[in-house]
Design a protein around this ligand. Sequence first.
Ligand code: SF4
Length: 460
Amino acid sequence: MNKKLKEKIEKNFAFRLNQNQCQDLERLIFEIKRRQNISTARLIGYLKINSGYSKQTGKNKFLALKNCLIKYRYPLTSFYADINKKKLFLNKIQPVLKNNWVVKKTFKPAALFFEKETRGSYLVKNFQRKFPNLKIRQISTFKNYVKNNQFKTAELKKPLVFITKETRDFLKPCPCTKKHLGCGYWIFNLGYGCPFDCSYCYLQQYTNSPGIVLPANLDDFFKQFDQFEKKLTGPVRIGTGEFLDSLALDHITNYSCRLISYFRSKKVLFELKTKSGRVENILKEKPASNIIISWSLNPKTIIDSEEKGASSLKERLAAAKKIQDAGFKVAFHFDPIIYYKNWEKDYKELIRLLYEKLSPPFAWISLGTLRANRQLKPIVEQRFPESDIFYGELFIGEDKKLRYPRFLREIIYTKMFKWIRSFDSKTPLYLCMENKDLWKAVSTLKTTKSIENYLIKNNL
Ligand code: SF4
């Protein structure tokens, strides 16, 4: 704990703090100050009047202060229910990273590494053509590169490119999250890392190397899918965009053209999911009823502050319009929905704008409120010191992820459903990574299978 703060508390409340107590109080005070314009002196004054500390002794003095700060820190949740302290995540204050690599709007790789087996591949050639001065180096394998090259969190977004030959991780069911209802989605695992830099992006927590991994052996992916398809008993939904935005680098990889050509004849709904406005490659392709191009949307104010590097709201909607006009199906993801002071006004306006620019029905719309593993929060605090989203009323949920409390998620989903339904009665709506309780509040669907069928039957 900041020495001065410790001294102030000990002096004002006449007791000694141990290390864990220091961490809890410092974290609560830090977050209250981030949320509200209040000085430490005024906060101490508030605690003196409201905590009832003077009637307590020893450890109970600390608890009186902590309880009072919790109420101040989580005003909305305290109003609705008693807060379970075990569900709080009061992590140590992290120093802000120096020299954090900042993403640029236009992607320009700093270096390209290619695995021996991808020498001469179209991907390596495309990068060479687009970036003639690019430093290029052959490596044995990406795995070995990672083993021998330590990296610092500040370098996480250094624009390195790795062209690889994928050998095993081609396709997998979306793991969803523990104790929540999945939607039966399959992930076509094409690429890892992303040139965008969303503050809430979970990749930050899993990445073991800076840069973007792009497999050059698409034909092997297709061979794997041919095998997988033989075992299918009915259509499924499948897409890229889970570990790399589907279109952010499409002007270099040309993945979309090959994916659309391959999947158009398959009995699946294939989705390309993006926050990009780059759709020139898709516009070269003939539309097909099972190909869906989707955009993640957020109000302008969230895009500007939390989705660095991604296209603006205007660009995303303009791209979606072009794609819809060309005859493709489009879909949208309100994910992550962030709760903040003006969220109602901003999300309502976002929905109005969507329906002003595009014509329903869409293939689907998903909704998911902000959620993240606890380990992500300290990384975000170090990399995005200006971001406030993790100082919202987030608690450790059933799946151990930080989430808004159930009552708040219900309010958000109910309102969003209502606003969307006021424009559009047909587009299938679904929740992403939500539990049965929340599904019950907005829908009659109760199982993964019924959700999957609902989304498929409306599109085939
Ligand atoms: S677009 Fe998706 S994958 Fe890329 S940084 Fe944002 S959240 Fe992460």
